[in-house]
Design a binder for this molecule. Structure first.
Ligand SMILES: Cc1cc2nc3c(=O)[nH]c(=O)nc-3n(C[C@H](O)[C@H](O)[C@H](O)COP(=O)(O)OP(=O)(O)OC[C@H]3O[C@@H](n4cnc5c(N)ncnc54)[C@H](O)[C@@H]3O)c2cc1C
Length: 468
């Protein structure tokens, strides 16, 4: 029998397994699909690795936001490469801006273009460094409007936050700030694929006697006298443990709790009534050899200063993130570029009844059209990109739904709403004392958010263990 059973091997599930392993507990991680890692997994095509949900990480230098956490998880030893000093470039309406690493350099860099907003920029970075839980109730867009009188600058500072869901009326400042701040501390790319990170966490789990099992989809949890006693997988196997952690979407978890009387309607309603964040469209381009020099920064290109309405009306594509992959052969020429743009579920709803590989020619044409639109925007930074492409692989919210089970293919789990923070942010606890939650839907998405949450989840178990 294992000490802890974890449902889902996304980043949060594996981090919990590894953290508990370091504290002497044996974890069994059950993963429904045939590959561990969730959004961290990579796939191989034509001899190259492609990632799904890993482009860059912030705050890995000593003393910064993610340093201690990654040190404890053993992830600092991976081949991280610091990105350019100007780590994010923003192009809006043809004008070019850059974000620099370090809060002072960040202010100075933008103050060159917006000298009249220097004080506002200073106040902004101060605020980013002093975010508290109270900022879950603060509307990010309102805060930015109060801070910046220049509408273009408001759009520029928000531009790289395309990697969260920029909704004017609901996005809490807490989420916006966490999406921006650690990258300003320092920004890093992995030389290699996300499986390096996944495999490192798995080996930590295994060294403590734990295990990660793929093709093990959990279909039911069983309760006795107010505690979970076992889980059952689709192949009929049952597993028991002292503690259970769910790293899956809370609405999916609720479906597995049908037979648990201690889970009352109010909890189920909270977990199932929340809206999902929008999905992402990704075009992963394999670039012809020697066609393009590697660049260690991301570029966010928007045709207009409409950064905050993109997720509602991104058809045709109005903004794109360009992320280059570190060349693994040490060459200064790159072979892979990802182009990402938000994609609401309704854009691919016409194919909602289809499965991977069988969506039909109209879906292929739709993806081709989106790719062309993304490339057209990206050409503002890389002229002639279209002719450099050797191969292209695309994914839509349908891909995330079918591979990871994420409802409506939401890229960042459940949406957080500053107008209803008590309902949209969740505690890691549940009505069942030995069932805990983790993963991107609970508090914050992204590598930083999921890691913070994994620490919180595990601290509940280690505290209770210490009390016994
Ligand atoms: C396109 C894209 C780009 C991104 N880029 C970045 C980035 O550059 N930097 C960054 O910080 N973040 C990025 N993110 C976000 C980051 O990848 C995610 O927030 C994080 O990986 C989510 O981890 P998670 O633990 O919530 O699990 P998930 O990745 O959601 O994994 C959940 C796992 O549970 C499994 N599962 C589901 N149901 C069951 C069941 N019944 N039984 C067993 N297993 C089950 C699924 O198969 C899956 O493997 C990106 C996300 C996307 C979509």
């Amino acid at each position: 029998m294992h000490d802890v059973l974890i449902i889902g091997s996304g980043l949060g599930g594996l981090e919990c397994g590894a953290l508990l392993a370091k504290r002497g507990l044996k974890a069994l991680v059950l993963e429904g699909s045939n590959q561990p890692g969730g959004c961290m997994q990579s796939f191989r095509r034509g001899g190259l690795h492609y990632d799904t949900g890993l482009h860059y990480v912030g705050g890995l230098a000593p003393g910064q936001t993610m340093y201690k956490a990654f040190a404890e998880l053993g992830l600092l030893d991976l081949p991280w490469q610091r990105m350019d000093e100007d780590f994010d470039h923003v192009i809006i309406g043809g004008r070019h801006f850059a974000f620099h690493q370090g809060y002072e350099a960040f202010v100075e860099g933008l103050a060159k273009d917006f000298p009249h907003q220097r004080e506002a920029l200073q106040s902004y970075v101060q605020r980013l460094q002093n975010i508290t839980a109270e900022d879950m109730d603060v509307c990010a867009y309102d805060y930015l409007q109060e801070t910046f009188s220049d509408e273009l600058l408001l759009n520029v500072v928000s531009a790289a936050a395309m990697k969260t869901e920029l909704r004017k009326e609901s996005l809490p400042l807490f989420n916006f700030a966490h999406t921006c701040s650690s990258y300003i501390e320092s920004s890093w790319r992995l030389k290699g694929d996300g499986n390096l990170l996944v495999n490192k966490l798995i080996s930590t789990i295994e060294e403590a006697g734990g295990e990660v099992r793929t093709n093990s989809k959990v279909v039911r949890l069983t309760e006795k006298e107010g505690r979970i006693t076992s889980v059952t997988c689709s192949d009929g196997q049952t597993y028991e443990a002292d503690y259970y952690i769910s790293d899956i979407h809370p609405a999916l978890l609720c479906q597995l709790l049908e037979d648990c009387p201690s889970v009352r309607k109010a909890f189920r309603r909270r977990m199932t009534s929340g809206e999902n964040t929008c999905g992402m469209f990704t075009a992963q381009l394999c670039i012809k050899p020697d066609a393009l020099r590697y660049f260690a920064h991301n570029v966010f290109v928007y045709d207009k200063p409409n950064v905050w309405t993109m997720t509602e009306e991104n058809d045709p594509v109005k903004g794109v993130m360009i992320s280059a992959r570190v060349p693994e052969d040490g060459s200064d020429k790159l072979r892979q570029i990802d182009l990402l743009t938000p994609m609401p579920w309704h854009e691919c709803q016409a194919w909602s009844e289809t499965k991977v590989g069988h969506r039909g020619d109209d879906y292929k044409a739709f993806c081709q059209q989106k790719t062309e639109e993304c490339i057209a925007l990206a050409e503002q930074y890389i002229p002639g990109l279209h002719d450099m492409v050797e191969q292209c692989y695309t994914s839509t919210p349908l891909t995330y739904r079918d591979y990871l089970g994420s409802p409506e293919g939401g890229a960042f789990g459940l949406r957080k709403d500053c107008r209803a923070s008590m309902l949209s942010f969740h505690s890691v606890g549940t009505p069942l004392p030995n069932l805990l939650l983790t993963g991107q839907s609970i508090i914050l998405p992204g590598i930083e958010g999921v890691t913070m949450t994994a620490f919180e989840t595990c601290s509940k178990i280690t505290h209770e263990n210490a009390r016994q």
